[in-house]
Design a protein around this ligand. Structure first.
Ligand SMILES: Cc1cc2nc3c(=O)[nH]c(=O)nc-3n(C[C@H](O)[C@H](O)[C@H](O)COP(=O)(O)OP(=O)(O)OC[C@H]3O[C@@H](n4cnc5c(N)ncnc54)[C@H](O)[C@@H]3O)c2cc1C
Length: 382
């Protein structure tokens, strides 16, 4: 058979984006809306499974350029937080906190929107190389080469683009881990959104209602915590009794954007590939969209008036990276002091602020630090 011939792509794209998840689609959508030519590459055909609970906080819905109502299963406006000793508190909001989607549907929908806006989608085989010079980039895949002005690595936590730039395990990158399952035929899929802080060290278990089923899972901000299928099934049994948990899948989450070196001149990492997930909450879709949009705006600025895109990308992600840094330190304290953390988080004084910070993202890191200071003055409990 031999190696397939390389089809040299004679077109010159403004941006070549590797990965068509939330980060890649967000970047591609803004670039094509700005009139840029975009090649969006993914190794899988859509729809495809992605281990993810598909919770979109209010800030994520605001960041998206279009409504995702057609793929929204439930809207929640209250969260139940459960502590180490069986205690529980309900945090309520007057406004919706989170839209519940299924990632398979959401990603197919967003890719459809992005293609309809003008991005060209290519299913690719393995990436064999990425090179950049003063003028542009070449992405070499098995069987095809893509040439363009800029490239974006939006290829998730195991990013091949990142590996080619920084090697297998760059010191600035950290990983969390989460495992999910679908539970059907227990109660109904309209249960409360629940975070159980007792189930996992350095993390939590969740229950997300999806209308016709529950998405449940275990999250740890430290990849050292062992979360496996047995542990997932045992937590489901303990929680729901004798029900079937289907499609147990897990994946790492990418943290560490706050410690990343200054961006390359023509190749930017976004979403999990660039470590834009939040260690405190385990939320990654917002960071994926926000960093994807930042890369798009930076590239568009350079193409428009010569503003260096690498500098613009660093500036446009600075606030997000600062929040991620505060979240990372908040996570270390919160999960390291779960009892105190629970009490401070659910103190009547903070409940409204906590749920709104979770929904809106604004000040979540500042709030985590306020909670931490407050916890320091809580009377100890016998
Ligand atoms: C179990 C679990 C539950 C989660 N729940 C939530 C939640 O409820 N809410 C939330 O906000 N976040 C959640 N997260 C985090 C969230 O899933 C990620 O942060 C988010 O998907 C990151 O988006 P992304 O676009 O960067 O990467 P991804 O969504 O991983 O997309 C990457 C894309 O790149 C493609 N790709 C990968 N490698 C290559 C390659 N070599 N060549 C070409 N294409 C490639 C993949 O096929 C994929 O389509 C959860 C994570 C896990 C593991």
């Amino acid at each position: 058979m031999g190696t397939p011939p390389i089809i040299a792509d004679m077109e010159r794209w403004d941006a070549i984006i590797v990965g068509a998840g939330p980060a890649g689609c967000a970047a591609a959508y803004d670039l094509v809306e700005a009139g840029r030519r975009v090649a969006l590459l993914d190794r899988t055909e859509f729809p495809r499974h992605k281990a993810c609970a598909g919770g979109l906080t209010r800030k994520t819905l605001r960041a998206l350029r279009y409504s995702v109502a057609p793929v929204t299963r439930e809207i929640v406006s209250a969260i139940v937080v459960e502590g180490q000793k069986g205690e529980a508190a309900t945090l309520k909001s007057r406004n919706p906190v989170c839209a519940m989607t299924v990632r398979r549907d959401l990603d197919e929908y967003c890719l459809g929107k992005t293609r309809a806006a003008g991005a060209e989608f290519f299913r690719i085989a393995a990436i064999e190389g990425i090179e950049a010079d003063a003028d542009g980039v070449v992405v070499r895949t098995a069987g095809r080469e893509f040439r363009g002005r800029f490239a974006i690595g939006a290829d998730g936590v195991h990013s091949r683009v990142r590996q080619m730039l920084y090697g297998d395990a760059p010191t600035w990158m950290r990983r969390g881990f989460a495992l999910e399952a679908e539970v059907r035929n227990c109660a109904d899929g309209k249960a409360d959104l629940i975070f159980d802080l007792a189930a996992v060290r350095q993390g939590y278990a969740w229950i997300f209602p999806k209308g016709d089923h529950l998405n449940v899972g275990l999250y740890s901000e430290s990849s050292a915590e062992r979360l496996d299928r047995e542990r997932m099934l045992s937590w489901v049994r303990q929680r729901f009794g004798d029900v079937r948990a289907e499609n147990v899948t897990g994946q790492y989450l990418g943290f560490g954007a706050e410690n990343a070196p200054p961006p390359e001149r023509r190749i930017f990492l976004v979403g999990d590939a660039g470590g834009f997930a939040d260690a405190l909450t385990g939320e990654g879709i917002y960071g994926a969209i926000a960093s994807g949009q930042a890369a798009a705006a930076a590239i568009d600025a350079e193409l428009k008036d010569g503003t260096p895109a690498d500098r613009a990308f660093a500036e446009r992600t600075a606030a997000l990276r600062r929040d991620l840094m505060l979240s990372a330190s908040g996570a270390r304290w919160f999960y390291g002091n779960p009892e105190l953390g629970y009490r401070a988080l659910t103190a009547p004084l903070f409940r409204g602020a906590v749920i709104n910070a979770y929904a809106n993202g604004t000040k979540i890191a500042a709030l985590a630090n306020a909670v931490r200071r407050f916890a320091g003055v809580l009377p100890s409990r016998a």
